[in-house]
Design a protein around this ligand. Structure first.
Ligand SMILES: CC(C)(COP(=O)(O)OP(=O)(O)OC[C@H]1O[C@@H](n2cnc3c(N)ncnc32)[C@H](O)[C@@H]1OP(=O)(O)O)[C@@H](O)C(=O)NCCC(=O)NCCS
Length: 184
């Protein structure tokens, strides 16, 4: 397969995409975060649902997939709900809707297939999310980044708010970075 010749198309995710997305998220985390996290941290984040599909975003129409040659090679989304990070299996969910005039939209769950990294897919999905959030009246966006994610978001204008060592449900800790950007 010649990746350079394949057009990458961004489309809304559907519930049917969920099994493929779960597989993509695991491959992405295992393939692209090894330099930043230990294998134990990566497996804990996948196992406890810190990394995972959030069906609420798919239901809201705010989660996107990048497709190339009919194959899903990346995903990411935004949210008008309070939950800052974590997939369906993650306990801390807050479905309450945010006030766009005073609260930042959430940028959520970006994962790119290792064979497709550094081709601008993360950037394209992020730009789509920001423009949609802006269209919904949001003036800023916030997220909880992984250390690999910090490089993408930092390059696209997000500043560090705080660095945390997050203790997952199984007791393993992982370094995460809260980041924020003004959208106007
Ligand atoms: C973070 C992630 C989504 C980035 O996706 P991507 O499609 O490779 O990113 P892009 O190609 O759009 O990168 C855009 C810019 O971000 C920066 N960037 C992205 N990844 C980088 C890296 N590993 N090192 C340094 N800069 C990086 C660069 O400035 C890049 O522009 P350039 O390639 O022209 O230099 C991907 O690495 C990933 O899936 N990581 C594992 C899962 C994860 O931790 N996700 C984040 C959850 S918060």
């Amino acid at each position: 397969m010649n990746r350079n010749r394949l057009e990458v198309v961004i489309r809304g995710a559907t519930p049917d995409d969920r099994p493929v997305l779960a597989d993509l998220i695991a491959r992405s985390a295992r393939g692209l975060s090894r330099g930043d996290y230990s294998d134990e941290q990566i497996e804990s984040a996948l196992g406890t649902g810190v990394f995972g599909v959030d069906s609420a975003l798919i239901g809201d129409g705010t989660y996107f997939v990048a497709e190339a040659g009919g194959r899903i090679v990346g995903c990411g989304g935004w949210s008008r709900r309070r939950t800052l990070f974590g997939g369906d299996r993650f306990a801390a969910r807050e479905a309450e809707e945010l006030d766009p005039r005073s609260e930042p939209a959430r940028i959520r769950a970006f994962f790119v297939h290792p064979e497709w990294s550094r081709r601008g897919i993360g950037r394209r999905i992020l730009e789509r999310c920001e423009s949609d959030a802006r269209a919904h009246g949001f003036r800023s966006a916030e997220l909880m980044a992984t250390l690999p994610g910090e490089k993408l978001y930092g390059a696209l204008g997000y500043g560090v708010v705080e660095r945390i060592d997050y203790e997952m449900d199984d007791g393993v800790t992982i370094a995460l970075v809260r980041m924020r950007k003004e959208l106007e």
